[in-house]
Design a protein around this ligand. Structure first.
Ligand SMILES: [Zn+2]
Length: 395
């Protein structure tokens, strides 16, 4: 028998895989007397071809699955694909851009149709790649996160969480990308070290250090450290201050979180646009007004910013600084142009994250069973009985 000098995988591998699949080898026979072995494949995002990371998990899971199958256990490796909301949107937008098109110019029905086709095409490519890798998963049970039964399970799980009083609505600051018009989790932001000017604004008899003078229209307090001797007489009192929009009254509060070494040791509190300030407000709710939103979801100043309304943040900052200098509220010689700090940016587009106050957001309680740490097993049971193990925060 003559053997080819070069091994031609095409001649053999597809045939072998088809034979495995047709024989029902990957589809377990359910036998309630036997202990089953099951892995739900973390569904890869259907927004492109598989990468080397997928090849790694496929290899590892396939080893485990094949081992258990050979032990005679009813073994299921459940394959799937994730439509992956935002992740797919970003890739799809780039495709549109290459074609010289923009998402907001495509009619909605047409856009949804094209996006679905794009996702399903990628899903098909991925499945072919899984088969080429020899993954011994049960394709008769394959799941896609937009299958009707999966969508229903997600809704039912959500309803059950509500009935069990484990989710609630609240207003919180979120990491907001003004370009992508979405909130991002803490894991979806990257920090960039930047050098920006640090401004020292005159606030009545105070001088406050800030890199964001344009947010001052949202200030609801001045905070100092309770141990700071310099400001003892002011704590708990309202002071009258001159601003670029005229006179205003603002309360001085004492809070442990204020760093006496930073700037002058007195900081402005802007709860609607700063995470630390939002927490400060939560500790002093009884003393100071509600957070004031002054920047909209597109990164533009709103009506509370008076003459600066409609300006983008960067433009407003420049104009506010110039006006402050003119009104003697900011001394140009005191600007520290070499202030180094970390800035949160969107992990996809690099746009600076705008901490934004969102109303009516859903939250999951982390302090009560079954979500508390000591309720670990309960939590697993809860999800085992209520969902298929798929999750996507943006669905
Ligand atoms: Zn973005």
């Amino acid at each position: 028998m003559e053997i080819d000098k070069v091994y031609n995988s095409k001649e053999f591998e597809e045939k072998i895989y088809t034979m495995w699949e047709k024989s029902g080898y990957f589809t377990p026979k359910i036998d309630s007397t036997k202990k089953p072995f099951c892995i739900i494949m973390p569904p890869p995002n259907a927004n492109g071809a598989l990468h080397i990371g997928h090849a790694l998990f496929v290899t590892l899971q396939d080893i485990m699955v094949r081992y258990h199958r050979m032990q005679g256990e009813a073994t299921l490796w459940l394959p799937g694909a994730d439509h992956a909301g935002f992740e797919t949107q970003v890739v799809f937008d780039k495709k549109l851009e290459k074609e010289g098109r923009k998402r907001n110019e495509v009619p909605k029905d047409q856009l949804l149709k094209e996006m679905m086709e794009f996702t399903l095409k990628n899903k098909e490519i991925m499945e072919g790649q899984f088969k080429k890798l020899g993954a011994s998963c049960d394709w008769t049970r394959e799941k896609f996160t937009l299958d009707q039964d999966i969508i229903q399970t997600v809704y039912q799980t959500f309803e059950k969480l509500k009935q069990d009083d484990l989710i609630y609505k609240g207003s919180r600051l979120v990491n907001w990308c003004t370009k992508h018009q979405t909130s991002l989790s803490d894991l979806e932001i990257k920090y960039e070290e930047r050098i920006d000017p640090l401004y020292y604004i005159k606030y009545g008899s105070f001088k406050l250090a800030t890199v964001r003078p344009e947010t001052k229209f949202g200030d609801t307090a001045i905070a100092v450290n309770p141990k700071d001797q310099r400001y003892q007489d002011y704590v708990g009192k309202e002071v009258e201050v001159e601003t670029v929009l005229g006179k205003a009254k603002i309360k001085v509060i004492a809070d442990e979180s204020v760093d006496m070494e930073f700037g002058t040791g007195a900081v402005k509190v802007t709860p609607a646009h700063d995470f630390a300030d939002f927490e400060t407000w939560q500790r002093h709710k009884a003393e100071i007004p509600e957070p004031k939103v002054v920047i909209d979801k597109y990164g533009k100043m709103n009506e509370l910013a008076g003459i600066y309304q409609g300006m983008k943040v960067a433009e407003a900052r420049e104009k506010v600084v110039a006006d402050m200098v003119e009104k003697g509220l900011l001394d140009e010689t005191e600007i520290d142009y070499k202030y180094k700090h970390n800035v949160a940016c969107c992990f996809k587009c690099g746009t600076v994250i705008e901490p934004t106050l969102m109303d009516n957001q859903w939250f999951i309680k982390m302090t009560e069973k079954p979500f508390a740490m000591d309720g670990k097993i309960k939590r697993l049971e809860y999800f085992a009985s209520n969902s298929m193990g798929y999750s996507n925060s943006r669905r």
